[in-house]
Design a protein around this ligand. Structure first.
Ligand SMILES: [Cu+2]
Length: 207
């Protein structure tokens, strides 16, 4: 009687582990997890962590950052190159020697925009500077971003070679993006402060 019970328990345990394994296998076939640690650029003091769950062509993206310029919008993108692995720029990228790495100076390291991490609507590179659709840091400089959206096959395939960049640094600390550091090289109607990179992190596959 005892051995029969034990046998049944073992059988159940084996069946359960088999079904768990098949669930894990099924998930593994389609779902992939990625993360990125965002480290400050341009003395922003802005750190962040991104978690990305890819399920076929859908990308669930979560970014938690702190130390960003409070009450100001922060453009954020997935950057990447077709042929190379993205890196985050160092001061060596400061080709004009002004002590700052603007967005164009960072491009050779992290590559062009592949995805605009907007809060709503279009997520293509066309929305790169859609300032009204990017997250606004709260009064403590926190941004908590969460959105699931579709990505192209190219982005899905190369995600682990790309990088995440959050933009916008209040360089003179006066509480607004102003033109004290000149216009943005991307769009002269926007201040440099609004588009300069605040942090960057390369995307790595987890597991
Ligand atoms: Cu960007």
């Amino acid at each position: 009687m005892l051995s029969k019970k034990l046998g049944l328990a073992l059988l159940l345990a084996v069946a359960l582990s088999l079904s768990l394994a098949s669930v894990a296998f099924a998930n593994g076939a389609h779902k992939k997890v990625f993360m990125a640690d965002l480290n400050p650029l341009n003395h922003s003091g802005a750190y962040g962590h991104a978690l990305l769950l890819k399920d076929d062509g859908q990308l669930a993206t979560k970014i938690n950052s702190h130390g960003l310029a409070p009450n100001l919008p922060h453009a954020q993108h997935i950057h990447g190159m077709a042929q190379a692995i993205s890196e985050c720029p160092t001061l060596a990228a400061d080709t004009n020697g002004d002590g700052l790495i603007n967005t164009a100076e960072g491009l050779p390291s992290y590559g062009p925009i592949q995805v605009s991490l907007t809060t709503r609507g279009d997520t293509s590179p066309n929305s790169a500077l859609a300032v009204d659709r990017f997250p606004v840091a709260n009064s403590d400089g926190l941004v908590n971003y969460k959105r699931t959206f579709g990505v192209s096959a190219k982005v899905a395939r190369n995600l682990g070679d790309f990088a995440i960049v959050q933009h916008g640094v209040d360089l003179n600390g006066n509480g607004v993006y102003d033109f004290s550091a000149g216009p943005s090289e991307l769009d002269p109607s926007l201040p440099q402060e609004a588009t300069i990179p605040a942090n960057c992190g390369v995307i790595d596959r987890v597991g």
